[in-house]
Design a protein around this ligand. Structure first.
Ligand code: AMP
Length: 198
């Protein structure tokens, strides 16, 4: 089955995972959603040796190595049960962007349709992340939702952003969504855009 791929990028706390999962839930017969962070955390929960390696990066807010993240997303796309795939949290570096570009050039079964950027200010991102940390139940806290790690994650997101935006703008693939509105409005906006492309 050939696949249409939508990448969703956004700062930690932008809401990208929530937005994408609501859209996939609404159209479960045609759209599936994978979050790179969730897929990596699942591997960590499995207790595998690979999971332990992954956790050593996640807990510091650092990016996991290229080969691990590439394997994770490509197997998710290939195994997707429906033709439209939303992946949030990729690419997070110029290296990841170029690696995917090369893979797509050799693979006519996967079409990158759009890169959706959910844009929020650093202030809003920080308030949401620290709010999430304060609300998390005992045992459900994320190892990376703390003020210290927030700034590292924000910097890792922001550093390559201009180059990523430029790359996809030149391919006419970048679509920016204002992520500072209410959840319902953002989801409706993103959903309408995705529906117009599939
Ligand atoms: P997230 O849930 O999207 O905030 O991701 C949580 C953590 O998972 C990140 O801070 C990274 O350690 C790791 N991660 C998620 N996506 C990627 C990616 N594309 N490349 C490398 N590491 C990632």
């Amino acid at each position: 089955m050939s696949k249409k791929l939508f990448l969703i990028i956004g700062a930690p706390g932008s809401g990208k995972t929530t937005d994408a999962s609501l859209i996939a839930k609404k159209h479960s017969d045609s759209i599936v959603h994978y979050s790179t962070g969730d897929m990596l955390r699942e591997e960590v929960s499995s207790g595998s040796e690979l999971g332990a390696t992954i956790e050593s990066y996640i807990s510091r807010g650092a990016l996991v190595p290229l080969n691990i993240i590439i394997d994770t997303i490509i197997s998710a796309i290939n195994q997707a049960p429906v033709p439209n795939v939303l992946i949030d949290g990729y690419p997070r570096s110029v290296e990841q962007m170029k690696a995917l570009d090369e893979i797509l050039a050799d693979n006519s079964d996967i079409e990158l349709v759009s890169v959706i950027e959910v844009r929020v200010s650093e202030q809003v991102a920080k308030e949401r992340i620290l709010g999430r940390a304060a609300e998390a139940k005992e045992g459900e806290q994320r190892s990376d939702d703390s003020v210290e790690v927030f700034y590292d994650r924000m910097k890792i997101y922001t550093d390559p952003l201009a180059e990523i935006q430029e790359f996809y703008t030149n391919k006419s693939l970048l679509h920016v969504i204002n992520g500072e509105r209410t959840l319902d409005v953002i989801v409706e906006d993103m959903d309408n855009f995705i529906q117009s492309k599939i």
